[in-house]
Design a protein around this ligand. Structure first.
Ligand SMILES: Cc1cc2nc3c(=O)[nH]c(=O)nc-3n(C[C@H](O)[C@H](O)[C@H](O)COP(=O)(O)O)c2cc1C
Length: 242
């Protein structure tokens, strides 16, 4: 194929084969209800939003996935960049006791066993987090997280159907109610977060980052008022100005 002509200096390129493609997404601490009515927490970051829907990429054998498929409810608690201690306390834990005895033919379960995952039933106690009752779903919210979204499961898609590697699922959840700490709200606006105040924890290639550098430039997209997106989201409980 003919290459496109450009006067710009072309950066040196190489083809590589990354084992993981985690380019940087927020860390969600997802809470679900266990069969014994206690609550599980899992850190995850294969998460993105469109309207009031969030797509979650999760291993099928995670206790979180098992709980979410059974109860159809969860809370998406967003970690701020000051919560590395919490994320690390929850990292490499699972609420599924079965990984303790996983055998080599048991895929991701065995991967977890071989990579030092431990079974923790009480994740709230383990990570010293405080449960708060939710309004519309049974799983508890995490008080320490600046944003907590109560959500229900509306869709399930089995990923990697074309491959031998099975066991990963994309779950669509619908946000029903959002709770936020007062200090990340935009002053004078009922339904807005101030991005200058909100500092999400971002996972990039398994490492934890913040957005401490601040905004890089004024965003053209942000010229669209946030309320223009209301049709794709939930009705405002309080009347709003853009
Ligand atoms: C920062 C971070 C991000 C993670 N992202 C994901 C993810 O997006 N999807 C996933 O399946 N596991 C992810 N994990 C691993 C899960 O936390 C792990 O599978 C855990 O055992 C799930 O807990 P559970 O079995 O109690 O549900 C992540 C772990 C950490 C620490």
């Amino acid at each position: 194929m003919a290459s496109i002509q450009t006067d710009e200096p072309v950066p040196k390129h190489q083809t590589i084969s990354p084992a993981i493609f985690y380019w940087g997404t927020p860390v969600v601490l997802i809470t679900t209800e266990n069969p014994d009515l206690t609550f599980n927490i899992a850190p995850m970051s294969s998460a993105w939003w469109l309207g009031n829907r969030c797509m979650l990429g999760l291993g099928a054998i995670s206790q979180t996935t098992i709980n979410l498929l059974r109860t159809k409810q969860c809370v998406l608690n967003l970690a701020s960049d000051s919560m590395a201690g919490v994320v690390n306390a929850l990292a490499r834990t699972t609420g599924s006791a079965e990984i303790l005895t996983a055998q080599p033919d048991e895929g991701y379960k065995y991967f977890k066993r071989m990579n030092g995952y431990v079974y923790v039933h009480d994740k709230f106690g383990h990570a010293k987090l405080t449960p708060l009752e939710s309004d519309l779903v049974r799983p508890a919210r995490i008080m320490e997280c600046p944003a907590q979204m109560e959500a229900e499961l509306v869709g399930v898609y089995e990923m990697m159907q074309d491959a031998d590697t099975k066991g990963f699922i994309a779950l669509e959840v619908k946000v029903l109610r959002t709770h936020v700490h007062e200090d990340i709200r935009m002053e004078g606006r009922e339904n807005r977060i101030d991005p200058n105040k909100w500092r999400p924890m971002i996972m990039s290639f398994q490492e934890l980052y913040g957005l401490k550098g601040g905004k890089v430039e004024e965003s053209k997209l942000a010229g669209i008022g946030e309320e223009e997106y209301r049709a794709f989201s939930n009705a405002a409980e309080v009347e709003v100005v853009n």
